[in-house]
Write a protein that binds this ligand. Structure first.
Ligand code: PSV
Ligand code: MN
Length: 424
């Protein structure tokens, strides 16, 4: 299914008067309005191919309907999102869940929806049918060099798929670790991981990046070999200039100060980018901004400050991606909500009066500093984000248009109710 431009225009016409009222109201108070809108228009958030199907928990999975059954349909789904919001212009593939049979055709199809290929992701956390060695006791860290070799080869294959599609980064997330004290020699596990990553790094094209993702817990219960930003940064520093630390918001221990982590990684020039989601307890993979919107704003506040300090282009300098799972909502609607929440937090961060904040910090004026941040956070920027969408030819209210057009039922008609997505 493709969304007709006429449907978007009709939808926008119906909401135009209401939108104009809200927009004019807020516009008057914002000095850098045109700059904010221009930045919002450019800002794209990549969609992971594995978030297009229904997720589950380890207790069960309640399938949705009309899930994308192959890579072409996953691209079609992201194309629908991008048509609705003009903010999801890239897809991130997970290999081997999404091996493209004909890279040229897949590229053409993606381009027809205005989509590019974001980072490619390797998978050495599951065994695949016919695989020679098992990852039960780890992959790049494994005590057996044959297992490490197999995992390295897989990553090199993933890079090749990425090159064929025009990706520019490889994301490595490892489930490696141990579930019982004494199971693993920590130093050897780390060294094995480093040596394996060095081999993978050596296969990166000149203009590629390696994103080293960390996670404090899961699926191992006692130790994780790349557990936090310190361990990831250690690896990235030892690997070289093309290696960076990737922050997934759900991968920290409770109450971690993620905005401070982000700030320091940016200062060191080692922040790869993000996997956005939200959580209450662990790696809940909930809709971005649904539980802790203030934290999301504080993260963007550090991002804007740090990117400006280093002269980094907001839209292209870092990797922006969602990493979510949807066990209750329609995945497409959830992704639309996530993109909107991310853009709202970004817009609010763009409104922070940085000169006044700096002055307040210099005179230890704690009250003023809080007022400045919360003034930006409490500004209702929804009409500004909607205006940026409107100017790009997207829908004023993407979720409403998704429902008006009955998109899910049309997908079920095309694909059938039983169609199940590959991946999580
Ligand atoms: C692991 O929890 C993770 O965040 C990594 O990014 C994986 O690649 C992704 O989820 C899908 O398993
Ligand atoms: Mn992730």
């Amino acid at each position: 299914m493709r969304i007709d431009r006429k449907d978007i225009e009709e939808h926008n016409e119906g909401l135009r008067a209401k939108h104009e009222r809200a927009f004019n109201f807020i516009a008057e108070d914002i000095a850098n309005l045109e700059d904010v809108i221009a930045k919002l228009e450019k800002f794209q958030i990549a969609i992971p191919s594995w978030a297009l199907g229904t997720g589950g928990t380890r207790f069960g999975r309640f399938s949705g309907k009309g899930e994308p059954g192959n890579l072409e349909q996953k691209i079609e789904d992201v194309g629908l999102l991008h048509a609705l919001n003009q903010s999801s212009g890239a897809i991130s593939l997970h290999i081997p869940w999404d091996i493209p049979q004909d890279a040229e055709k897949i590229k053409e199809l993606a381009a027809s929806y205005g989509l590019a290929f974001d980072a490619v992701n390797s998978n050495t956390f599951q065994d695949q049918p016919g695989q020679e060695h098992s990852y039960k006791f780890g992959s790049l860290q494994h005590v057996d060099p044959k297992v490490r070799r197999q995992a390295i080869q897989h990553n090199i294959e993933v890079i090749k798929h990425g090159i064929a599609l025009g990706s520019k980064a490889l994301t490595v997330w490892l489930a490696d670790g141990s579930s019982f004290p004494g199971q693993l020699n920590f130093r050897e596990a780390f060294q094995n991981t480093l040596e394996s990553l060095k081999e993978i790094y050596a296969h990166l094209p000149e203009d590629w990046k390696l994103f080293v993702e960390y996670k404090a817990f899961e699926p191992n219960f006692y130790s994780t070999t790349i557990a936090d930003w310190g361990q990831s940064l250690l690896l990235a520093n030892k690997l070289g200039d093309k290696a960076y630390t990737l922050v997934d918001l759900g991968h920290h221990l409770p109450n971690a100060n993620i905005e401070q982590i982000v700030s320091l990684l940016l200062m060191e020039g080692k922040l790869a980018g993000f996997h956005f989601n939200d959580s209450k307890y662990a790696d809940d993979d909930l809709t971005a901004g649904s539980v802790k919107p203030y934290q999301l704003f504080l993260i963007f506040n550090e991002l804007v400050d740090g990117m400006d300090a280093r002269g980094i282009d907001h839209a292209t300098g870092l990797g922006w991606m969602i990493d979510a799972s949807h066990n209750l909502k329609d995945p497409l609607v959830d992704l639309l909500q996530s993109v909107d929440a991310i853009k709202i937090a970004y817009a609010q961060a763009l409104l922070v009066d940085r000169t006044a904040l700096k002055e307040a910090q210099q005179r230890n004026d704690v009250v003023a500093a809080q007022e400045i941040l919360q003034h930006a956070y409490r500004t209702d920027v929804r009409a500004i984000v909607a205006e940026a969408r409107l100017r790009r030819g997207a829908a004023l209210n993407p979720v409403a248009l998704f429902n008006e057009l009955d998109v899910r039922n049309k997908l079920v008609e095309e694909r059938g109710a039983q169609s199940v997505a590959t991946g999580l």
